[in-house]
Design a protein around this ligand. Structure first.
Ligand SMILES: *Cc1c(COP(=O)(O)O)cnc(C)c1O
Length: 421
């Protein structure tokens, strides 16, 4: 193979990207849907949203879908729905976007972080049970970068301890775990649908559940205009009219309208992405140092829309070459490769030092008996992830010649690793 581009050789990727990475795909149908809401002056209504919720619930085969203005809001109401409150604990992975966990703090609860599995990048089911205490109310598995969590053992542990499971589906809309849609396996599924995600509708979030109590509590917390209609629970109904959380979480109807169109085409577009991404990894099968981040096939599990596509790095197979040098060389080839993923939450000052609400001590331990903070070295697998994963091209179209060029960039760098040290 020719000389590395970083050393003056020809680039492996020659084809300009065009719309290969452009997302979401917006057509006249989306534009029309948005315009209709604008022209009717219905931006703040709920009629389009209720329609969107119906279709979303149907897609998941769930009783309830409740639209929110962000995914963060959906996670917040899901936690309240599961009765996460003062002095309680949730268990979440530390390798995730902050919204998977931080809303718990505003409910007076705290967060206990669990390890991730180095191959799935998802919460390690073997690292959950010993972290459960009498205060644990919920586990929040995150289907990270599209990869479904190993839900069977998570549900087994949770059910045995009477703990609720809130799936964070923000990275994995439409992904399957052993043939089942993620978000439908736990007690509730909460997800972001903001424009960067694979189901991209604007700003928005969705809560799905079959549990009427969770649904009603979520409505009562942040959807004041629905409380009189949707809440008949004897504990909550007398409070109808004002949101218990003091927050307003209604979805903007331009998002709902665009969401209805995006949803209509989502499974088809997702299938194209899966074909493209699987082809990329098939081409790299057996290349030293790089390993696919996807479930083994056939297992009935899929990567959904492959949000924030990542790969696994195994420097020990490349004589210890640093991921920074590896990634730099791939980028010089015209390829896509950035080291790392979300920074570990458990090391951030908000989770260690910040006194957000004026308790006179860090919010993380404002209501706990002992100190649940987790310092450097407490989650070694999670902390090592920055050196062992990297972003890969997130193809939105199946164009074999282009995908082959991108795979060639990785192969070329891996095969010339010696020259980079
Ligand atoms: C994006 C994201 C969220 C939050 O969604 P927003 O719509 O941005 O509020 C929650 N969890 C994860 C894992 C995310 O990536």
């Amino acid at each position: 193979m020719s000389k590395l581009a970083i050393h003056g050789g020809p680039k492996a990727v020659q084809t300009p990207p065009g719309d290969m990475f452009k997302w979401p795909i917006i057509t006249e149908e989306d534009e029309q849907a948005a315009l209709e809401v604008l022209r009717a002056g219905k931006m703040s209504g709920t009629d389009v949203t209720v329609q969107f919720e119906k279709e979303f619930a149907q897609w998941h085969g769930m009783d309830y879908a409740l639209a929110h203005n962000t995914g963060t809001a959906a996670l917040h109401t899901a936690m309240f729905g599961c009765r996460v409150g003062v002095g309680d604990e949730i268990i979440a992975p530390s390798l995730t976007y902050w919204a998977s966990a931080l809303p718990a703090l505003s409910l007076g609860a705290t967060i206990v972080f669990a390890e991730v599995d180095p191959d799935t990048m998802c919460i390690d089911p073997r690292d959950i049970e010993h972290r459960i205490t009498k205060r644990t109310k919920a586990i929040v598995p995150v289907h990270y970068c599209g990869h479904p969590c190993d839900m069977d053992p998570i549900m087994e542990v949770a059910n045995r301890h009477g703990v609720k499971v809130i799936e964070d589906v923000s990275h994995a809309h439409g992904a399957l775990y052993k043939g089942r849609l993620v978000g439908t396996i736990g007690h509730a599924g909460a997800m972001s649908c903001m424009s960067g995600k694979s189901l991209a509708i604007g700003e928005g979030g969705m809560l799905v559940t079959n549990d009427r109590e969770i649904y009603q509590r979520a409505v009562a917390f942040g959807h004041y205009e629905r409380t009189r209609r949707d809440v008949e629970d004897p504990e909550l109904a007398p409070l109808a009219g004002l949101p218990l959380g003091g927050v307003k979480y209604r979805m903007h109807q331009i998002s709902s309208a665009v969401g209805r169109v995006q949803l209509k085409y989502y499974e088809g577009r997702m299938a194209v992405i899966q074909r493209a991404m699987n082809y990329f990894w098939d081409l790299l099968e057996g290349v030293p140092g790089v390993k696919a981040h996807r479930p083994s096939r056939p297992s009935g599990s899929t990567m959904g829309g492959w949000y924030a596509a990542h790969g696994l790095y195994r420097p020990e197979e490349l004589g210890g070459l640093s991921i920074q040098k590896f990634a730099e060389a791939v980028r010089a080839e015209g390829g896509v490769c950035s080291p790392g993923a979300n920074l570990a939450l458990h090391l951030h000052p908000v989770l260690n030092e910040a006194d957000v609400y004026g308790h006179g001590r860090p919010t993380r331990i404002a209501h706990t008996e002992g100190d649940v903070r987790q310092g450097p070295g407490s989650l070694p697998v999670t902390e090592a992830m920055q050196e062992r994963v990297y972003s890969i091209p997130w193809f939105k179209h199946y164009r074999p010649e282009v995908i082959e060029e991108h795979a060639a960039a990785y192969r070329k760098v891996a095969e010339h690793a010696e020259e980079l040290k």
